[in-house]
Design a protein around this ligand. Structure first.
Ligand code: HMG
Length: 452
């Protein structure tokens, strides 16, 4: 068979029960593709995957099965979150106690696979709890959605059409916004933006929202689609309507400060200076800024996931904010002035404490209860603090002992596990390395020596 798809010429052959696509000289044997997979039962899906992709199908089936939840109610909940589930990918759920934020005590739940993050958060929480704790303030809570459209006519006519339609554009969302308005939220404004200098004929309706305790993605997108349907006409061609995960006006600030001499037992002044230099370096050097901000996201993502929020939205928004000046920079800042050390972060965080996974995932619900059922604004404060704490821990380690000492101390049990050590051997190695530098090769050497 022969067909043309755009400019690419295809030949299709049936060969030994498999389809071969020939595109120019590229031959792709379609032996591992399938139609109708979504309609299979879970068992059929597992059968197909293990028999198609694994040499040892039984072993693959066993591993997938081990992570399926024996509690059918929990498994049903997971199966509803996404499509084509064949197992679960568990992440550890830890807690970091002793946080004091705006005078209130918290134990913060963290979901993360990386060792030393929870320990570092716990260490720093305790450290600052005796130095006034963390202070956090929500600076703004505005979310954004956009209707992107093309229009070839005159800009004055478009502006006149928009001004005339504006009230109606808000009215058509009345049914969607009714409950949100009762809670004090809804559409804040609709603005027409001319983007034709950057892309021919391109305009936007830039719409701002207040979504109170919900993250608001579905609410915003429903409003946008209703607005777009009303706004379109023969000369306005809607390209798409979607919320923006860049929310520079949904901003929170978290801060710690104390007299310099309370920072460190010895050399407090030198500690403060090196710490500040580390932040300054992250401000001017993008290679360092990315790693610096990754350390912040260790704390942020872990709590975002634990509370059932969308970490991809938070990540992309945070990094866009870090690059808002046109250069990628540190999300945190440090000042050492008049004998006071001050360290703070400003970060956009669009979060929800109602709706989405927060209501569906039993552990997300439990996390929120552990955090004393915060409003979305309080959760913004808590999560910004988790990011700042993590950043403080990393910079404290980096500018003093180096990161590896603490990180490897926490990573020790992972290395031991890879060696298949017995419980007795594990305890011996943990004791042996209690006061020694940990490295992968040192642990392997100690293990081998112990076995001799
Ligand atoms: P330490 O001083 O050796 O800990 O620090 P310790 O054994 O003396 O214990 C003190 C406290 O630390 C404990 O108090 C706990 O709060 C916590 P206690 O509970 O005893 O009252 N702690 C623990 N909590 C739970 N489980 C544990 C545990 N151990 C201590 N097993 C520590 C050890 C790892 C905390 C420290 O060295 C540290 O903070 N290191 C930094 C670790 C870090 O930042 N990890 C992030 C991963 S590295 C990375 O990805 C980011 C990076 O690239 C970012 C950047 O470059 O900026 C670094």
């Amino acid at each position: 068979m022969h067909f043309l798809n755009g400019l690419i010429e295809y030949y299709i052959f049936l060969h030994e029960n498999s389809i071969i696509f020939v595109e120019n000289y590229l031959v792709i044997r379609m032996e591992k593709t399938i139609t109708g997979f979504s309609k299979f039962s879970k068992e059929e899906k597992i059968d197909w995957v293990v028999s198609t992709f694994f040499d040892d199908a039984d072993s693959a089936r066993k591993t997938l099965g081990q992570y399926l939840n024996s509690n059918q109610i929990i498994q049903d909940v997971h199966d509803d979150f996404i499509e084509n589930t064949i197992s679960n990918f568990y992440l550890p759920y830890g807690v970091a106690p002793n946080f004091v934020i705006n005078g209130k005590e918290y134990t913060i739940p963290m979901v993360i696979e990386e060792s030393s993050v929870v320990a570092a958060a716990s260490l720093v929480a305790k450290f600052w709890s005796t130095r006034g704790g963390f202070k956090a303030t929500v600076l703004s809570t505005t979310k954004i959605g956009q209707v992107h459209f093309m229009y070839e006519g005159g800009v004055h006519e478009l502006k006149a059409y928009f001004e005339e339609a504006k009230d109606q554009l808000i009215e058509v969302t009345d049914a969607i916004t009714k409950n949100m308005r009762k809670r004090g939220g809804g559409i804040l404004d609709i603005e027409l933006r001319d983007k034709t200098a950057e892309l021919a004929n391109y305009y936007q309706l830039h719409i701002t929202f207040e979504t109170k305790n919900s993250m608001g993605a579905n609410f915003i997108n429903s409003c946008l689609e209703a607005i777009a349907a009303t706004f379109r006409n023969d000369s306005i061609q809607i390209v798409m309507s979607i919320l923006s995960n860049y929310v520079p006006e949904c901003l929170v600030r978290a801060e710690v400060s104390c007299p310099i001499d309370r920072l460190h037992k010895e050399n407090a002044k030198q500690f403060a200076q090196k710490f500040q230099q580390a932040v300054q370096i992250a401000n001017i050097e993008p290679h360092r800024a990315v790693t610096h901000n990754k350390g912040i996201m260790n704390g942020i993502d872990a709590v975002v996931i634990a509370t059932g929020n969308d970490f991809r939205a938070i990540e992309s928004g945070a990094h866009a904010y870090a690059a808002k000046s046109g250069k990628y920079k540190s999300l945190s800042q440090c000042e050492v002035k008049d004998g006071i050390f001050k360290f703070w972060i400003e970060i956009p965080l669009a979060l929800g404490t109602v709706g989405g996974l927060t209501a569906l995932h039993p552990l997300a619900k439990l996390s929120l209860e552990m955090l004393q059922n915060p409003s979305a604004s309080e959760l913004m404060e808590i999560i910004a603090v988790a990011g700042l704490a993590q950043n403080f821990a990393a910079l404290r380690a980096l500018t003093t002992t180096g990161i590896q000492q603490g990180h490897m101390k926490m990573h020790l049990s992972n290395i031991i596990k890879q060696l298949d050590a017995t419980e007795e051997e594990k305890n011996y190695l943990l004791n042996y390395f209690a006061n020694k530098q940990v490295s992968h090769s040192a642990v392997v050497a100690a293990y081998q020596k112990m076995k001799e």
